[in-house]
Ligand binder design. Sequence first.
Ligand code: BGC
Length: 808
Amino acid sequence: MSQSARASELVSQMTLEEKASLCSGHNFWYTKGVERLGLPKVMMTDGPHGLRKQEGSADHIGIAVSVPATCFPTASATACSFDRELLAEIGRAMGEECQQENVAVILGPGVNIKRSPLCGRNFEYFSEDPLLSGELAAAMIDGIQEMGVGTSLKHYTANDQETRRMTINTIVDMRALREIYLKPFEIAVKKSAPWTVMCSYNLINGTYASDNKWLMTDVLREEWGFSGLVVTDWGAMNDRVKAVLAGLDLEMPGGPGSAANDAKIVAAVRDGRLKEYDVHKLAVRVTEMILNFQSNHKEGFSYDKEKHHSIARKAAAESCVLLKNDENVLPLKKGAKLAVIGDMAKSPRYQGAGSSRINPSKMDNAFDELAKLGFSAEYAEGYKGLKADDALIAEAVRIAKDAETALIFAGLPAEYESEGFDRKTLEMPESHTKLIQEVAKANPNTVVVLQLGSPVLTGWASDVKGLLVSYLGGQAGGGGVADVLTGEVCPGGKLAESWPSALEDTPAYHYFPGGSKTVEYRESIFIGYRYYDTAEKPVAWAFGQGLSYTSFEYGELQINNDEVSFTLKNTGTTAGAEIVQIYLAKPDSKIFRPKKWLAAFEKIKLSSGESKTVKIKIDKEAFQYYNTAKNNWRTEGGDYTVYVSASAIDTRLTGQTSTQGDGDESLLSGQSELGYNNVSDNKFSESDFSALYGKPLPPQERLPGEAYTVNSTLGDIKHTPIGARILQEAAKKASESLGLGGEDVKRMVDAMLMDMPLRALGMMGGGAMPPNFAELVISTLNGSKLSRTISTIKFALAMARFKKGQNN
Ligand code: BGC
């Protein structure tokens, strides 16, 4: 009998109440079970670049401690490897750690698109390109699930900013939604069948993800064939009854709020708004996930910590991107006098803040690892805090003057990037940039190693000879970087996102992070290199760019329909890997398109002097566009240019192919008038966008006098006496129960509180709030004089309970 048939049989034996109870968690991390039927509670926990399992007090923002686990490089780093096998290997290791820790599902990978480099959570995501994101996520899912552990592909969907992430309404046209934002989910779901998908917090074109039947059922299940479970992001449930109809199976976390929602499900069945079968289907999917855990779990399994650390080191090295290497300043010469500068050389920034924060099982730093490889150096701290410290810089300059090579470790401090808030600038702190400038003046052989989760401005790069980007390299990042600097590993990573020359140049610059209610994705499909290429806007460092200690020659291109074949030769003196990118273009297209788009990629390893015929197939999907008149994928017939490239700005071979089309693009004829056909800058008019969107655009801001709802945020009500009190108590409570740590965590919690909708307050209250607290607050804020007085009294009582932390 199949697992789903077994699940269905079990669920048939359940009462309506039991079925409904399965639709929400038992507590923060566990599902419920049904003891009398032998169905246990199982654990689902973060993700996505390692296991964050909390045994004691729980939170979803990475503050309370978790059991030690391997912190692998973050997705922003591993994406630069373009290496499916590497992602699968990391996945298998994470799967083993979940097996040891009895975890059923690990919450990741995340495939939200890097719409703006400012998104605070970009370090957890792969790329600005949907194909690369989807392919790498699929590989990671395969690796994890091969070990009998489930994954949760997140955050579904168009959740590409942290500002107001729980309530923002993403307004995105259907082509961009399909071709850019849904695409990585589609690829990963179809290729790798994750056990679960996690819905995002936000609204998509006016409907909360959790209530969105079109997304959760029509697209995900019916079109893509997903048969797993959909879980909410922690606290993303909007309307439980609508969500049942949408096909949203499991609400997390569990607690009084979600128990009240279980009761709403039962009531809705009793009064006919839901059919019992609607609930049956959800309970079957939860049950199937529990059965999957039971049948795959290896009791008593233990993983090899050292082995996982070395996988993390290999991954970190393979993910480094060498952007500049004038006069072969790298690899470092053995025996050369070296100055290592910058606190990050000894105290690396290796992961980001928030729910993905791992408690690392071990910790490397580059300074020690360099020494272990025989490269001892003098050290200077270089900076402390954000403001330049002249004394520390003077000391760094002194040791740099004395050395043959000066290595500076710099980047973004923790408080710059986090879940919960977005960056405001692409600048690095003054303490880092000034240090680089002064050391570069003192030593002509200066190399900068950057540790950060997303791009920064690198105006200083012309003053230095070497630039190596390690992103956030995980617990073995220090070793990985040392391997690359010393030539133990030949760098082969390439950028998975464009690094702009100025914030003002970025495609979403004028439309990020939107207003208090909506964010308009006005740039449509022109994101990342798709925009820079089309608008002919130069960038500092391009998508797909990265150097090696060796060199590659491309030749003998042959294209046979969808198969691209060419020779690749390693013409240098060391073994290395080249990431080859195939782009397609259709200059005579009848519809608007980016100048070119990534159609396939492959990482090819070659020893020195070796030559190989490389064959790469272009999937038929790469030729397709989403036809909004037909509501389906279509192929435009005719000739396509094929670029075989070393980066988005470095084409090595050019050829042509052609394909049979279906002629449906004429249905989009009205769109040929829009500015999207002639993109020259990042301003996209309201009327063009509205025409593309197909409807008038909803107001971006809260209207004056607009009634408060359970989705109003604490920020929206903070100017009211009640709002101010709740905010004050919630902040106090957060710092008491979470024991706030560094500046990054403080900023994250402050931002999250401001952006928290009233309906999600229950999650904060740890059970101390009555389930109808949000309703009480809004009736107090909106109500007539009499009802305001009554509600104010009730509110005062509820608040007193919240303060004391009492249940009921
Ligand atoms: C994050 C998710 C995470 C969940 C559980 C949420 O705040 O958005 O990515 O998996 O918390 O920690």
